[in-house]
Design a protein around this ligand. Structure first.
Ligand SMILES: [Zn+2]
Length: 82
């Protein structure tokens, strides 16, 4: 069992065969960012846009139900502005 750590603090446990070579990075199961073996120095993916939106931060801190409400509110504002 090998634990990988992504840049935003998820841990991904992966089982490798004893004969298998453990890779330096692995895709985080939670966010698909690259995850590494060192929790203090996780690999950082190169973002193509803003690395993480404010909404993404909010969604991490709150429950899924709250996030849904926030997302709905944001969509309503977007539609109203359009
Ligand atoms: Zn992650």
């Amino acid at each position: 069992m090998v634990t990988f750590f992504c840049a935003i603090g998820h841990t991904t446990n992966t089982v490798f065969a004893a004969s298998a070579e453990v890779p330096a990075t692995w895709d985080c199961h939670d966010c698909d960012r690259p995850a590494g073996l060192d929790p203090n120095n996780p690999p950082v993916s190169i973002p193509s846009g803003p690395y993480k939106s404010h909404l993404a931060y909010v969604r991490e801190r709150r429950s899924d139900a709250d996030a849904e409400a926030i997302l709905a509110e944001a969509l309503t504002k977007l539609r109203a502005a359009a």
